[in-house]
Design a protein around this ligand. Sequence first.
Ligand code: ADP
Ligand code: MG
Length: 384
Amino acid sequence: MDPVTEVAARFRALYGYEPEGVFSAPGRVNLIGEYTDFNEGFVMPLALPHTAVAAVARRTDGVLRLHSADIDAPLVELRVDELAPLSDGGWAAYPAGVVWALRGAGHAVTGADLHLASTVPTGAGLSSSAALEVVTAFALDALYGLGLTRPELAVLAQRAENAFVGVPCGVMDQTASACCTEGHVLHLDCRDLSIRQIPFDLAARGLRLLVVDTRVQHALGDGAYAERRAGCEEGARLLGVSHLRDVAYAELPAALARLTDERIRRYVRHIVSDDHRVEQVIGLLDAGDVRAIGPVLTEGHASLRDDLRISCPELDLVVSTANAAGALGARMTGGGFGGSAVVLVEAAEADTVTKSVVEAFAAAGFRTPRVFPAVASTGARREA
Ligand code: ADP
Ligand code: MG
């Protein structure tokens, strides 16, 4: 049975009636531009073929019922008028937070029944949480006829994660899940939230982008994000700009010379240079020189490893092994300290590079990584 039919069938079995619609929203992987989002800079995500699929129906009695096929937990039943931020709802906080954010923005969402299943790996830095939020927001917008745009849904989904679940993420993940289109990478300007779809048909050029999920998550991650964020804000303050986005790449040496704190200097150098790398990648893609983005990805990894210092031995091993085995370039992607890396390879070399990485992980005593191609896929959509 295909996933859409299966989710609809399970909705029926669970709630005893037909869903009004089945919707999907993807996970994402970020090609380049890391930690730049909260500095109001640039990011370049693409949607993955992995999706959260939700069967949904409206309710008029204020009841919200949530169930996930992927989690061994009973149905969660809540009242929409009693939803409160940081209520410890576990996984249900993500979809419930979306209902809370929609209602907080003045939209009359009077309840829903929802059942979902997702193929987005959780905790791998591929945004299973954003997929969950965006599929909920997209479904409720469609069923309640709210008329919100995709970027507006993304911002509401981000509010759900920030203020209801309590995770201080930027808007990239939700925007990617809501706005990406097939065969494109999304250029998102995190200052004005303007977006541009850039053709990214790797197969047509004999190329492949591999995602390597290291299947590790180092505990360091949580506090480190807040620390980097505060450090970037401090850097902007010391340089007299509202956000590091405002430091032009050409002015970077002068800006660095004004900073005495070595740690702040490293953070500033990463952010300003990564914004520049996004612009380089856009220039190369626009010029049709896709292979040339490889070295830019690898430079981005060095910056994340040495300046922002958010890599880990597993991610560094992916990058060094893949490049030594003939990849065009590679970098860690996402929040760091584990999660996933992206590797750009000639399609003909994909198996060789994959094998080298898997063998290097075995030799190092690391968990076997999960490797799959990132085919630029569609954003949220109605399936049935
Ligand atoms: P990431 O977004 O990188 O995958 P997060 O920690 O942000 O990692 O989000 C993972 C959380 O999202 C899970 O712990 C769970 O609460 C929720 N989640 C994701 N996918 C599902 C699912 N299929 N069913 C239930 N909850 C899910
Ligand atoms: Mg997440």
